[in-house]
Design a protein around this ligand. Sequence first.
Ligand code: PLP
Length: 380
Amino acid sequence: MIYLDANATTPLDPAVLEAMLPFLRENQANPSSSYSTGRQARRAVEAARDAVAALAGAEAREVVFTSCATESINTVHESVWHLWPEKPLLITTAAEHAAGLECARRWQRRGGSVHHLKTGQSGLIDLAELEAALKSAPAALVSVLWANNETGVIQPMREITALAHAHGALVHADAVQMIGKARLDAETDFLSLSGHKFHAPKGIGALVVNRHVRFEPLMLGGGQESGRRSGTENVPGIAGLGKAAELAMKPCGSELRDVFERGIRAQWPEVVIHGQNAPRLPTTSSICMPGIDAAGMLILLDQAGVACSAGSACHTAALHPSHVLEAMGYDAAHAGSTLRFSFSRLNTMEEAIRAVEIVLQAAQKLRLLAGADSSLVVCA
Ligand code: PLP
């Protein structure tokens, strides 16, 4: 199987597994215990905190381990909501991950106001719209998906942060897709990440909280993580996250993605590569293949040994298309012909080259099949 779905999850790096094994096999102590194995577990947790802090350009005391980015994102929204007097304004984008979108919905349900910034066909927000929204009412939080999980488009986080801070708003970056792929070159107040998107296991994430920002924990209990996230620490997961953070210090290059895109485009010039004129992740390729049903392609590609995902919800039998492509101004037919291929540093050039052949063959086969049975092309 050629695995090209790294934006969904990444394979565990063998070095990460090695870092975890001692805390699954020999030492299962609670890091709050005072005996030697407990102290050893504590040292592993703190070493991992140092590694995540170095990756995020933060201080170790600003790193809070969580179970995943969804928890981190929820924690930020809840903290800001509860600490802000009156019903505050949240500024976010129309192209957030579901975790951000749902937190914004809850914000609205509680009576807060939400401004969803539009993304143009480039996938980028308009900084002038952000500035106008910041001037329209006092905003508590600007929460932005730094690199989009569907298209890979990277938002100008440094400029967003400067504008938000100039208007007294806090900034949260969903940096889940940035880690190991692009430099984190902005100093936001909150930053969310998830281990399984950069070769650590599932079930471990982190929230980086600027030390000067007031913070209200979501999880109350035993006071772990300096009272900011109670619950006995997931020591193997944290040790793995630390190792993965060390390995992610050197971001991936775009060689495989470029070879893949060039190969497809050379044979099929009509394809549309989303966000290609914007800064985007070096590993994500969101491609609309005109006339092709993404759901059918997924099945054929799976059979031919390529794992990728649809850029639209068509494949899940949901009737609505990708909200990300919709926000970029594309219609349902376009979204229904879109596939996302996402590489990681564990892919090889041979895989990228072979994937081009397989994708082109599958598209050809789908066209022939559609000629015989048009029900396959439902979104074209
Ligand atoms: N944010 C982005 C951009 C994502 O891609 C994901 C996962 O798909 C998440 C947040 C949520 O991560 P998790 O499911 O690990 O909580």
